[in-house]
Design a binder for this molecule. Structure first.
Ligand code: OSB
Ligand code: MG
Length: 370
């Protein structure tokens, strides 16, 4: 397919409620939307890099730079029109997985629209009702956290994830477990602990958690494997899983028993697929993580989560959990008990509202084939 034009926009969208992890409290989302045009069609992608290099090294600015100065010129110069060709060509550049993924996603959306099928069909997805979980940030007090969890359970979510950090871990788990004994519960440290904290982390074994996500820093597979041996709760890695190779190393080393898949973190759908398939053949379940995406990025995640080895509830919630006014109409909503139905219209299958996108845009640029 001959790509005629690529549009890139930087958006800021305020959250309904601040989101605090072990590394920061954020009140709004900074991200990039990409539109790729060909044959009268438009494919959409979202770049999940954040304002600051806290979750990973990328930022909205670095992604903008790499897209504008390297990836987009490469697409036009080499006349790239298919997602697999983009993946292969972009592989020459080191790092910047979120920038690459945002553009690759737009190519996938474009291909599905051209074929007139929803993305999940292109991917060979098998699950239509996606298990929806909600990720609860760190609050000022435990009663506020309890109130938040009660509200999400009332709304129908069946799995709760608590963000933890030193000083907000065992007490938070106890407060939630005592009030809601039967729920599916898991925790995420975003790398806030060090191996010297192993005894504190072992206390989490008493709360019947589905998993403990990313206790140590991203590059520390070895200490995760030592910790996993001392825990009965499965460890799950998020920030550490950057590619097919790191996923394989983590699994073979016993650094985790479950993998969190974020398409942006691993650099696109092709790489995500390799990790998914490899984990599947080894009997290691995966689930879909989130980056508080707009409805456009979240729709992409829904299609990805239809793949057969997505076996645990995902960090995929309704639009209203994140934004007062999402960028899509209709918004994403829970459709069954704790599930979201994957869209059935062509491509991402949701409808971006240009007027809302314009209002949230702080900068934009258009690139054309010459
Ligand atoms: O670690 O999963 C994470 C958001 C920003 C950065 C890191 C993480 C998260 C989330 C959000 O937990 C989950 C969601 O999008 O619903
Ligand atoms: Mg995480």
């Amino acid at each position: 397919m001959k790509i005629e034009r690529i549009e890139m926009a930087h958006l800021m969208l305020p959250y309904v409620h601040f989101f605090e992890t072990s590394f920061s409290r954020e009140y709004e989302r900074s991200f990039i939307l990409l539109k790729v045009f060909a044959e009268g069609l438009c494919g959409w992608g979202e770049v999940v890099a954040e304002r600051a290099p806290l979750y990973s090294a990328e930022t909205t600015e670095t992604a903008w730079h790499v897209l504008k100065d390297f990836l987009i010129p490469m697409v036009f110069k080499e006349d790239i029109g298919e997602p697999e060709d983009f993946y292969r060509a972009a592989g020459r550049f080191r790092g910047h997985p979120m920038a690459k993924s945002g553009l690759e996603l737009a190519f996938w959306d474009l291909r599905a629209r051209r074929a007139g099928v929803p993305l999940w069909k292109l991917y060979g997805g098998t699950q239509m009702d996606i298990a929806a979980g909600v990720s609860c940030g760190i609050e000022d007090t435990l009663p506020e956290l309890q109130k938040m969890v009660a509200r999400y359970l009332d709304q129908g979510y069946r799995r709760i994830k608590l963000k933890i950090k030193p000083g907000w871990d065992v007490d938070a788990c106890r407060a939630i477990r005592e009030e809601f004994p039967g729920i599916l519960l898991q925790v995420d440290a975003n790398g806030a602990y060090s191996p010297a904290d192993a005894d504190q982390l072992k206390k989490l074994d008493g709360f019947d958690l589905l998993l403990i996500e990313q206790p140590f820093r991203p590059y520390d597979l070895w200490d995760h494997s030592r910790l996993q041996k001392q825990l009965k709760t499965p460890l799950c890695l998020d920030e550490s899983i950057l590619s097919e190779e790191t996923a394989r190393a983590a699994v073979e080393m016993g650094a985790c028993r479950i993998i969190n898949i974020k398409v942006g973190r691993v650099g696109g759908v092709v790489e995500m697929r390799k990790i998914h398939d490899d984990c599947r053949s080894r009997g290691v379940p995966v689930w879909c993580g989130g980056m508080l995406e707009s409805g456009i990025g979240r729709a992409h995640n829904l299609h990805i989560a239809t793949l057969p080895n997505f076996k645990l509830p995902n960090d995929l919630s309704a639009s209203s959990r994140y934004y007062k006014e999402d960028l899509i109409d209709p918004p994403i909503e829970l459709s069954g008990p704790g599930t979201i139905r994957v869209p059935m219209d062509p491509g991402i299958g949701v409808f971006p509202v240009e007027e809302r996108i314009r209002r949230a845009t702080v900068r934009q640029e258009v690139f054309r084939a010459d």
